[in-house]
Design a protein around this ligand. Structure first.
Ligand SMILES: [Zn+2]
Length: 180
């Protein structure tokens, strides 16, 4: 098993859509960035890449590359999944926090979790997303920006499939198994 962390910040500006976790959120301000500036997905991708020892999103999706201009970060997350699959890893679980004073994000959390789970081809209970404020303190509290933090645990693909097979199989009770 391998663990990785991710952190990201984007500035809040007028005339931009607010997209977090692949969900378009009703708000007067949006996040500024080269892609869709999805702060949550960027933190999650950095956590995944970090756990796999594959660097960070700046290395794989540079903001100088025209191919990534305005791109949905769900596409980048899909590409991140492909990168770790090539290295033989699967996501065991993700826990992430969005730090924003406004708007209220609770109504959107479930859809965000579904988007992340579907894109990574894992189940929804492997993705946990939380939202908090910083009590009007700092840049998030002043609504100048939104930040996000994430932790990801990866498993080796072969270990994960062995575990799945051994828990699904009905054990007849051999002497070499503690479940007998
Ligand atoms: Zn970002």
């Amino acid at each position: 098993m391998r663990v990785g962390t991710g952190y990201d910040v984007h500035k809040l500006v007028p005339d931009r859509k607010l997209i977090i976790g692949g969900v378009e959120i009703e708000h007067t301000l949006g996040l500024l960035g080269h892609s869709d500036a999805d702060v949550l997905l960027h933190a999650i991708m950095d956590a995944i890449l970090g756990a796999a020892g594959l660097g960070d999103i700046g290395k794989h999706f540079p903001d100088t590359d025209e191919r990534f201009k305005g791109i949905s970060s769900l596409r980048l997350l899909q590409y991140t999944r492909d990168l770790i699959t090539e290295k033989g890893y699967v996501v065991s679980n993700i826990d992430a926090t969005i730090i924003a004073q406004r708007p209220k994000l609770r109504p959107y959390i479930e859809e965000m979790e579904k988007n992340v789970a579907r894109t990574l081809r894992i189940s929804e209970d492997q993705v946990n997303i939380k939202a908090t404020t910083e009590e009007h303190l700092g840049f998030t509290g002043r609504e100048e920006g939104i930040s996000s933090q994430a932790v990801c645990l990866l498993e080796n693909f072969y270990d994960a499939s062995f575990m799945a097979a051994s828990t699904e199989r009905n054990c007849s009770g051999c002497s070499g198994c503690s479940r007998a």
